[in-house]
Structures are given as structure tokens and as C-alpha cells.
Write a protein that binds this ligand. Structure first.
Ligand code: PLP
Length: 365
């Protein structure tokens, strides 16, 4: 990457591919000869329609999204979906199941409590969110309207490697994929709804992608605000009101770039390689660095670790920043360090981090 850029390990908003940023810069004030920036276009004009349609087509190609699913580009972040999901899928008296593997799953569960009868069927809290249960031991409610999971817990670095089979009568699995969206292939047909804030793997903040099986649309509770009603957005192809136009355009450029790299099979290979060298460095440090997460469910995207000598953490972060590796401080709720290594983090960034970690250890062990 360019000399004037840092390696940004932030959890989101996060680093974006340099070639995507450069492409956006090159057409910033005159998009493909139309004389306007994407920021200035009517969302109903032919130029923007071509942008949003291509973004959707490319995302469908990337994730192999079946015809029976709608793709929506919304606002409000993944947090708004915590409310939209129960409002659209349940009546107030309906039970729903939540599997809580970290802070985000917990937030989703708590928001759902306002709109239906949400239950936690498993929580990793007593293990400080370092585990995912074996699916056989889950006691799912057969009357639940859906089973909700957070596919990758951004703060705790816990990621589902396979998905539970929903045992509820409608067999609906709902997943918050904010922090591992488009980082690997996913069988969309296993899910009722997948939602994701864009600002980790696929674009800037301000866009939330919702992929929903079409037969689940149209049952919103009467109190549902129009902006949270999937039917309104699906009928209007995400153009009921003014969408986050520039963000959608940026996501489109990222989708194009992911396809050009060979699609999600290739992306997953790169992500595995990056995660492998980082976890290996932690595990082979003789306890100098430690990652608390169960090895079988360690995230390819967010790698939390602590220093045995915790008083060195501030020094670690300061020295790393001096070497142009930034945003390595762990979430305020868990402390320590966290390296987020989303799709756009180059292998060279992780290699540099690993070299730095080894050198830091040699100097401070
Ligand atoms: N879910 C997960 C897994 C996240 O990492 C985040 C992080 O920001 C959110 C939900 C909340 O997303 P937003 O800030 O877009 O509302």
C-alpha cells in the first residue's frame, strides 16, 4: 500500500481497499462523465439507479443469493435491525430464541424484548464470551418464531464456523453478520434474514444490508415505523425515501473489487492466511501474548489478545502507532488489544504486525 497510509486495525469503521478509495477519488466530482458527483445525484435518476442495481447484482453474485431473497440497502446501522427483526417477524406475544455469544448478541436480545417475548437459550457470558456451544446441547423453543445468532462477535472475537439448525416450527435462522459479511462464502438459503452494517468489510458506515427471504416480508406489527418495515423497502427497491446514496455507491465498488479478486472463496483463503499467522504468533509466544477464545471458534476478522505483563499494553499500542499500525486498543469493555483484520487489511499489514509483536516481545520479555 502507499507510503502515506497507515495499517488501520480498527473494528469499524475500518480500512477499505486502497484501489477502491482511489477509484472513488478519480470519479468524485464527475461520475463517469455525467458532470456530477454521486453525492449530488437524484436517487431516482438513471445514473444512481444503475449504481444501486449493479451493487445489488454484484452482491447477489458474490453470495450466490437465491431469487427468493430480497436485498435491501437501508440506514440506521445493524442496531436498527435489532428492532426491525422482531417487529417484522413476530407478534408481541410470540416467543423467540437468542443465542448470546457476545455483547452484540446480547444487545440484539435486549432490544427484541421490547417487541416480543425474547429468550436467551444459551449465553457465553460466564465464560467471558470465549465459546460457542455445541448445537446438540441447545434447548430451542419449538414455538419460537426464529433463532437469532451473531455470526461474528466483533468485540470478543468469537465466530460461528458452522450454523445451528433452527428447530422452531418455521425453521427461521436470523444472523447479524455485520463483522464477517462477505469475508467467506455463506449458504444464504439456510437463513431467513442476514443483516450487516457495511462499515467493517464492505463500505463506509451509513449503509445496512438486509438479505431476507421474500415470504417473510409483509407481516410487520402495526406499530412498526415505516422506516423499519421490510415490505415498504422491498416494494420500493430500497428507494422509499432517500437512501444512503454515496455509501451504497462505495459498497458497490467494494463488491466489484471482491468479485475481481475471484469472489468469496478466494477472499476466505486470504483471510485464513492472515488470521493463521497472527494466532500462531500469539500461541507461540510462550504466554507473553494470550488470546482467550476457544481455538475452534476464533474469529478470522477480530483477534483480541492480552499481554501477560498488562502494564506494557500502553507501550505496545504507542510503539505500534509509531510504526504506522493504529487502532490496536481492545474494546473498552474487555481491555487488552484487538487487531481487526477485515478483507481490506493486506497480508503485508498482518506480517508487519507479527514482526513487530516478535520484536516487542524480544525487547520486553
Ligand atoms: N453487530 C455487530 C456484530 C457489530 O460489530 C456492530 C458494530 O458496530 C453492530 C452490530 C452495531 O452496528 P451499527 O453501529 O451499524 O448499528
Amino acid at each position: 500500500q502507499s507510503q502515506d497510509r497507515v495499517f488501520n486495525f480498527a473494528a469499524g469503521p475500518a480500512t477499505l481497499p486502497e484501489n477502491v478509495l482511489k477509484k472513488a477519488e478519480s470519479e468524485l466530482y464527475n461520475w463517469r462523465g455525467c458532470g456530477m458527483s454521486v453525492m449530488e445525484m437524484s436517487h431516482r435518476g438513471k445514473e444512481f439507479l444503475s449504481i444501486i442495481q449493479k451493487a445489488e447484482a454484484d452482491l447477489r453474485a458474490l453470495l450466490n443469493i437465491p431469487e427468493e431473497y430480497a436485498v435491501l440497502f437501508l440506514q440506521g446501522g445493524a442496531t436498527t435491525q435489532f428492532a426491525a427483526v422482531p417487529l417484522n417477524l413476530c407478534k408481541p406475544e410470540d416467543p423467540v430464541d437468542y443465542l448470546v455469544t457476545g455483547s452484540w448478541g446480547d444487545k440484539a436480545f435486549k432490544e427484541a424484548q421490547k417487541f416480543c417475548k425474547s429468550n436467551v437459550i444459551w449465553s457465553g457470558k460466564s465464560d467471558k464470551y470465549t465459546k460457542i456451544p455445541s448445537f446438540d446441547e441447545l434447548e430451542q423453543n419449538p414455538d419460537a418464531k426464529y433463532l437469532h445468532i451473531c455470526a461474528n462477535e466483533t468485540i470478543h472475537g468469537v465466530e460461528f464456523k458452522e450454523y445451528p439448525t433452527p428447530k422452531n416450527k418455521d425453521r427461521i435462522l436470523v444472523a447479524d453478520m455485520s463483522s464477517n459479511f462477505c469475508s467467506k462464502p455463506v449458504d444464504v438459503s439456510k437463513f431467513g434474514i442476514i443483516y450487516a452494517g457495511a462499515q467493517k468489510n464492505v463500505g463506509p458506515s451509513g449503509v445496512t444490508v438486509v438479505i431476507i427471504r421474500k415470504d417473510l416480508i409483509g407481516n410487520a406489527q402495526p406499530i412498526t415505523p415505516v422506516m423499519l418495515d421490510y415490505k415498504i423497502h422491498a416494494e420500493n427497491n430500497s428507494l422509499y425515501n432517500t437512501p444512503p446514496c454515496y455509501g451504497i455507491y462505495m459498497c458497490g465498488l467494494v463488491f466489484e473489487d471482491l468479485l475481481a479478486q475471484g469472489g468469496l472463496v478466494e477472499i476466505e483463503k486470504k483471510n485464513k492466511k492472515k488470521a493463521e499467522i497472527l494466532y500462531q504468533t500469539i500461541d507461540e509466544s510462550g504466554g507473553f501474548y494470550r488470546c482467550p477464545v476457544d481455538k475452534s471458534v476464533r474469529s478470522l476478522m477480530n483477534v483480541p489478545f492480552t499481554l501477560e505483563k498488562s502494564d506494557l499494553e500502553a507501550e505496545f499500542i504507542k510503539e505500534a502507532a509509531k510504526e504506522k499500525m493504529v487502532q490496536l486498543k481492545g474494546h473498552r469493555s474487555v481491555g487488552g488489544m484487538r487487531a481487526s483484520i477485515y478483507n481490506a487489511m493486506p497480508l503485508a499489514g498482518v506480517e508487519k504486525l507479527v514482526a513487530f509483536m516478535k520484536d516487542f516481545q524480544a525487547r520486553h520479555a
